[in-house]
Design a protein around this ligand. Structure first.
Ligand code: ATP
Length: 211
């Protein structure tokens, strides 16, 4: 990682993977440049925000030209540490967990689920999507240097698992359970409650959909 890079605001950093994925597709289709309006349409972020975000990357769009796709891609690669794969552990090989294991994140991304944990004897000892499933009791032994975890377990066991992960030095948790997790301040939790997201989409469509 290049330490000389200026610090990017967190809100901007969160949008980086979104930009990165879109630009990669553009690049693959042979496009050399892109306007902030085009980007805005594709990633659903307003173009003023995009221009501000990109100014942090040292990418200043030119009027009538837009942004240079190659420049942006190489910046994102460096910033997102694309050369280095981040290994991830998944907890709970149920319906959602199984889908994640079968979904090959590393195809478009720099992350890879390398191990999974469950307590169901039918699942422990098997491989799902090429990923070994260990018993939860083996967490401390197997986790190694892994610093990112995905939780797709029942809500009531999310906190005790989190506590063990914290003990092991986890840095980030992607929480798909409805449980609100308590963690020390230096640990980052991103919470994705699919039921709530869907409900809020439907609410917005109902109340603001026709405007
Ligand atoms: P399924 O239909 O396979 O039960 P699900 O997603 O509906 O999937 P959940 O009850 O949400 O089922 O459980 C998700 C997974 O978490 C299951 O595979 C279950 O065995 C596992 N699980 C339950 N308790 C724990 C635990 N303490 N640690 C790890 N995994 C657990």
């Amino acid at each position: 990682m290049n330490n000389e890079q200026p610090k990017i605001p967190q809100a901007t950093a969160k949008r980086l993977p979104l930009y990165y994925r879109f630009l990669k597709n553009l690049h693959a289709s042979g496009k050399q440049r892109v306007s902030s309006a085009e980007l805005s349409e594709a990633v659903q972020v307003d173009s003023a925000t995009i221009r501000r975000d990109f100014s942090y990357f040292g990418a200043l769009g030119k009027k009538g030209y837009g942004y240079n796709v190659n420049y942006l891609l190489s910046f994102f690669r460096k910033t997102l540490d694309q050369d280095e794969t981040t290994e991830v552990a998944l907890f709970g090989v149920g319906n959602l967990g199984t889908a994640f294991l079968n979904y090959n994140f590393s195809k478009n991304n720099n992350t890879k689920i390398v191990m999974a944990f469950d307590v169901d004897p039918d699942k422990v000892g098997t491989e799902v999507g090429g990923v070994p499933v260990y018993h939860l009791d083996e967490l401390e032994e197997k986790l190694g240097e892994i610093t990112v975890a995905i939780l797709t377990v029942p809500a009531q066991v999310a906190q005790p698992i989190t506590d063990r992960l914290v003990q092991k030095g986890i840095k980030g948790i992607l929480n798909f359970t409805p449980a609100r997790l308590h963690v020390p301040e230096h640990i980052r939790v991103h919470h994705i409650d699919l039921a709530v997201e869907l409900q809020s989409l439907v609410y917005f469509l109902k109340h603001y959909g026709n405007e």
